[in-house]
Ligand binder design. Structure first.
Ligand SMILES: NC(=O)C1=CN([C@@H]2O[C@H](COP(=O)(O)OP(=O)(O)OC[C@H]3O[C@@H](n4cnc5c(N)ncnc54)[C@H](OP(=O)(O)O)[C@@H]3O)[C@@H](O)[C@H]2O)C=CC1
Ligand SMILES: O=C1O[C@H](COP(=O)(O)O)[C@@H](O)[C@H](O)[C@H]1O
Length: 580
């Protein structure tokens, strides 16, 4: 048995994981013990792509080096159309793994890379999937001494190919060791672009796979402080009586990025694409050239490549840097409908009957179903100035790159409490947080109201923290008050802990069969129901964004809306994260 980089053996590592977990074994479909049986084949479809190299393979590597994946049972297959050898794929991803590799054990990286094989094939090609199945089966035959095998297919692909890929998996690549093994499918967002398309996609996938086989990833559900929300709310007596309309005035859920939309070309391929530096990487044999496109860097340092087919004649007419169309980025589809709504569910839901995934997701669905139709008087959309100067964007683009939308939950706990949801690109900072603002103290004998209200802030990123803003006596002889905070900054409090990447946790959950942190079909439907009317009205030009300056807080109208909804900004108080 190999020893993990942490010094403990993989199985003891996994057992300790099991013992530490507050989830009962019966609460996950496969217990940890079960997952130790039989070999595990992880197939990354779209292995040549951006997500695969930046997130999926690094997450798998981190699980491997911590002993959650063992070389005597796991094999990883990359699959995509690009012609690559096993070594080509290993070299492509090596650079993204190095930072996680322990300096004292360099062999861990090479041991991991040895587990990876690459199969090239189309996404609707029986031949390709038959070859993939052959490779997987050979691995299973060589390793599986228990008559049980597990096949995890991770679709790091544009959603347009999900239906055909799923058909191919169902036809040619299913685990044969029923009932002891399993086949699971992990799909990435976006799951549709509105209610109708999401339902269509769900129906297509639902015909092929049962809901327990489908894992719809929303990576916000893998973030440390998002996962903490249930514990915080339901394991602390302190919060139980306070968490309602009697005490809370308003709740903000905020996502801000300090870079613009460039670099996301191909993301919504059905809406148009950004093409910058073009490189022909293969010729498909008909009239199409297959090209790899590098979309320029943005200030975060990230770049994005994607591939597509373009007719040879078109390509020949184009200079190296060319705009072929419009890239339409929509903050509501990209952030609100998924990440922010998932956070809202965890903040607003009732206590689930148990921690079983279905019980938790039942409560989340109830929250979504209780959200009232959006009132357009409580919507501010923004578009940063200069967005349409980008040659890749149409001059008359109506695309919001910022939105503040107030959601109202019609139930006993939250009636009258605005959930001020805010997300924007090209703003003055990068952060994601939940800000729970309490009501004023009745009968204010200290006359401290103007100093600000109690707030409980959960900083999801960067620098995970939670802090409670309180009014306290100013230290000294004077009997006066100031605002201060009780602060739990993770960097300071948990110095020895490396917070896992969201994808790492979520992939582990898929192997364990725990769907708690994945989006269920009815949840997805309810989420799209909330935003689809607004999305369609934006597309029809009925609701328009107002301009805002890059590097600003967003349109001033958004702050005015939050104030109108009841949010009272504390002036002159800035939380300074503690330094070590
Ligand atoms: N990149 C990111 O950070 C994030 C991505 N996602 C989601 O993950 C999925 C994959 O994202 P990402 O890796 O960035 O995507 P890419 O554009 O890099 O595509 C992944 C792979 O899919 C194949 N591909 C690309 N376009 C098409 C097409 N039109 N038809 C068929 N195959 C195509 C290519 O492989 P080949 O040509 O070799 O077959 C490509 O290498 C998407 O659903 C995306 O929304 C979600 C969150 C973050
Ligand atoms: O899904 C997405 O999320 C990222 C932000 O993720 P984070 O973990 O860095 O907060 C966002 O940049 C991207 O537009 C969106 O598609």
């Amino acid at each position: 048995m190999s020893i993990s980089s942490t010094g403990s053996s993989p199985s003891s590592r996994r057992n300790s994981f099991k013992n530490d977990s507050f989830i009962d074994e019966k609460d996950v479909i496969d217990s940890i013990t079960n997952t130790e049986l039989g070999c595990l084949s992880i197939v990354v479809l779209g292995a040549s792509g951006d997500l695969a190299k930046k997130k999926t393979f690094p997450a798998l590597f981190n699980l491997f080096r911590q002993g959650f994946l063992q070389s005597n049972e796991v094999h990883i297959f990359g699959y995509a159309r690009t012609k690559l050898s096993d070594d080509d794929l290993r070299e492509r991803i090596r650079g993204y793994l190095i930072k996680g590799a322990p300096a004292e054990k360099p062999e861990i990286l090479s041991d991991f890379l040895k587990l990876i094989k690459y199969v090239s094939g189309g996404y609707d090609s029986a031949e390709g999937f038959l070859s993939l199945n052959k490779e997987i089966s050979e691995h299973e035959l060589a390793k599986n001494s228990y008559g049980s095998s597990r096949r995890l297919f991770y679709l790091a692909l544009p959603p347009s190919v999900y239906p055909s890929v799923c058909k191919m998996i169902k036809s040619y690549c299913m685990n044969q060791a029923v009932p002891t093994g399993w086949t699971r499918i992990v799909v990435e967002k976006p799951f549709g672009k509105d209610l109708a398309s999401a339902e269509e996609l769900s129906a297509q996938l639902g015909e092929l796979f049962d809901e327990p086989q489908l894992y719809r990833i929303d990576h916000y559900l893998g973030k440390e402080l998002v996962q903490n929300l249930l514990v915080l709310r339901f394991a602390n007596r302190l919060f139980l009586p306070l968490w309602n309309r009697d005490n809370i005035d308003n709740i903000q859920i905020v996502f801000r990025e300090d870079f613009g939309t460039e670099g996301r070309g191909g993301y919504f391929d059905e809406y148009g694409q950004v093409f910058l530096h073009l490189t022909v990487i293969s010729y498909t044999g008909t009239i199409d050239w297959f090209i790899q496109i590098l979309v320029g860097h943005h200030s975060s340092g990230r770049d994005c490549t994607f591939s597509c087919c373009v007719s040879k004649q078109v390509l020949e007419l184009c200079p190296k840097s060319t705009n072929f169309g419009t890239f339409s980025y929509r903050i509501i589809r990209d952030i609100f409908q998924n990440h922010l709504l998932q956070v809202l569910c965890l903040v607003a839901m009732e206590k689930p009957v148990s921690l079983r995934p279905e019980h938790i997701r039942d409560e989340k669905v109830k929250v979504l179903q209780s959200v009232l139709p959006i009132n357009y008087d409580e919507v501010v959309l923004g578009q940063y100035e200069g967005y349409t100067d980008d040659p890749t964007v149409s001059k008359d683009s109506n695309t919001p790159t910022f939105a503040t939308i107030i959601l109202r939950i019609h139930n006993e706990r939250w009636e009258g409490v605005p959930f001020i949801m805010k997300a924007g690109k090209a703003l003055n900072s990068r952060k994601a947080e939940i800000r729970v603002q309490f009501k004023d103290v009745p009968g204010d004998i200290f006359k401290c109201k103007k100093q600000g209200r109690n707030e409980f802030v959960i900083r999801l990123q960067p620098k995970e923290a939670m802090y409670m803003k309180l009014t306290v006596k100013k230290p000294g002889l004077d009997m006066s008050t100031i605002q201060s905070e009780l602060d739990l900054s993770y960097g300071q409090r948990y110095q020895d802990v490396q917070i896992p990447e969201a994808y790492e946790r979520l992939i582990l959950d898929t192997i364990r069969g725990d769907q708690q942190h994945f989006v269920r079909r009815d949840e997805l439907r309810a989420a799209w129901e909330i935003f689809t009317p607004l999305l369609h009205d934006i597309e029809d030009g009925k609701v328009k964004p107002v301009p805002y300056k890059t590097g600003s807080r967003g349109p001033p109208e958004a702050d005015e809306l939050a104030a109108k909804a009841g949010y009272v900004q504390t002036h002159g108080y800035i939380w300074i994260p503690p330094t070590l």
